[in-house]
Design a protein around this ligand. Structure first.
Ligand code: HEC
Length: 158
């Protein structure tokens, strides 16, 4: 009888103690972890232009050249042309849809083919056009991803 009581008490103590341990464990796990998520900084104008320059060097430079002067009689320049500085919808349309047939750029006639670049995503197109519109002596405002998306949707609906 006495021994039984002892075992019972010991049992209660042990289980209480082990429960306590568990509680502490879970308490530790649930302790609020103060984690400062680093907020991704909004891309600056410089970031956009740097990204646009990369796209330009990869996809446009081969024809329009590093300095944007193009190749006489073959590929028109991108230096203060009415296409580069003018209506953004038209400019985005040229990049996405390509261009062919006779066009006059800065007093010179071109009759060549620029292939469509609709494989570039909206951001690549807006970055490259923002770069072009602020390089080679150009000083026009940025092109946004949304503007590219709108023109792309309109072209695809045709
Ligand atoms: C394979 C050569 C080639 C590539 C690559 C190319 N273009 Fe062109 N681009 C041309 C040609 C050729 C024309 C003129 C087409 C014609 O004669 O009708 C042109 C015309 C243009 C025009 C309108 C005329 C002007 O000079 O203002 C713009 C703007 C332009 N390209 C931008 C770009 C951009 C931006 C890229 C890269 C995303 C690019 N092109 C890639 C060959 C190219």
């Amino acid at each position: 009888m006495r021994k039984g009581l002892f075992v019972l008490i010991a049992g209660i103590i042990i289980s209480a103690w082990s429960c306590q341990g568990k509680k502490e464990e879970t308490a530790q796990k649930e302790a609020p972890v103060v984690k400062e998520e680093p907020k991704p900084a909004a891309p600056t104008a410089e970031d956009v232009i740097a990204a646009g320059e990369k796209v330009y060097n990869t996809y446009c430079m081969v024809c329009h050249q590093k300095d944007g002067n193009g190749v006489a009689g073959m590929n028109p320049p991108l230096t203060q042309t009415k296409y580069v500085l003018g209506d953004k919808t038209e400019l985005i349309t040229i990049v996405l849809g390509g261009l062919s047939g006779d066009i006059e750029v800065k007093g010179e006639m071109y009759s060549n083919v620029m292939p469509p670049h609709n494989f570039l995503n909206d951001k690549q197109v807006s970055d490259v056009l923002t770069f072009v519109r602020s390089s080679f002596g150009n000083d026009a405002d940025a092109v946004s991803k949304e503007e590219v998306a709108t023109v792309r949707a309109a072209l695809e609906a045709k």
